[in-house]
Design a protein around this ligand. Structure first.
Ligand code: CTP
Ligand code: CA
Length: 228
């Protein structure tokens, strides 16, 4: 009988994947966050695993369970996510699929803020979170050889995403249009454009699983020197 063996092209390679949202506490019962189901990041981690990679999966509080067969590091805040990623280095590649909150509440309360009926509202103050993608892309020592970011945009998608790639210093950006009418946020499909220094390549609308497989294949091409 003919037995088809999976092609473990990424055996021996270490890839870090961030996924899901981060939650930034206001007090012990409230937080601010970005919208993210964690579906695309989870599918990417599973696809890399299926190619044989050692996958470290750093996830914020997502709606869906993490993939099996990967190392899972569960975090809550952006600051914790950055620390977790740093502790996982060195890595051959990093894929930053998390929807990281841009700010945290700098005057978060250790005790529950009470609604006291006085007509006064809590005054939240914000501070910027570390930009994990920019930080890892610009590491002087120990930068992963391939750094992939995401750009979820609603306007001027390709322009904004290309500018983001250059500003942050990552190698590739996976751009997608998350205008509510596309139904992509929270859905099972994605329509992405892969942007590198060689230009922009738009993929058809595919399941998030298929987007993940194609991206994992591209990552394997790049790491194993089969690009182009
Ligand atoms: N990212 C990150 N850390 C942050 C913010 C973003 O690692 N603090 C990563 C995301 O995981 C994603 C990429 O950066 O891969 C782009 O995120 P995005 O929110 O689109 O970019 P920002 O620079 O935060 O710009 P914007 O003002 O559009 O939110
Ligand atoms: Ca952002």
């Amino acid at each position: 009988a003919v037995v088809s063996m999976p092609v473990r092209r990424l055996a021996g390679w270490h890839v870090i994947v961030t996924s899901g949202p981060t939650h930034e506490p206001i007090d012990p019962v409230r937080y601010i966050a970005n919208r993210s189901s964690g579906a695309q990041g989870t599918a990417i981690a599973a696809a890399l695993r299926d190619l044989g990679a050692r996958v470290s999966f750093v996830t914020g509080p997502a709606d869906i369970p993490p993939p099996e067969g990967v190392e899972i590091i569960a975090v809550e805040t952006a600051r914790q996510m950055r620390e977790a990623v740093e502790a996982l280095l060195p890595a051959d590649a990093a894929v930053m699929a998390a929807a990281v909150a841009d700010w945290h509440v700098s005057n978060a309360s250790d005790s529950k803020i009470k609604k006291d009926g006085s007509g006064k509202f809590p005054k939240l103050q914000f501070a910027e979170n570390p930009d994990i993608l920019a930080w890892i892309s610009q590491l002087q020592a120990g930068r992963p050889g391939l750094v992939v970011g995401f750009a979820a945009e609603t306007d001027n998608v390709l322009e904004n995403a290309s500018a983001k790639r250059l500003r942050k210093g990552c190698d590739w950006i996976v751009a997608n249009d998350v205008t509510p009418a596309t139904g992509i946020m929270g859905g099972s499909e994605n329509a992405v454009t892969l942007i590198s220094d060689e230009g922009a390549e738009s993929w058809p609308r595919l399941s998030k699983t298929e987007v993940a497989r194609r991206l994992a294949d591209r990552i394997a091409d790049a790491l194993t020197g089969m690009e182009g």
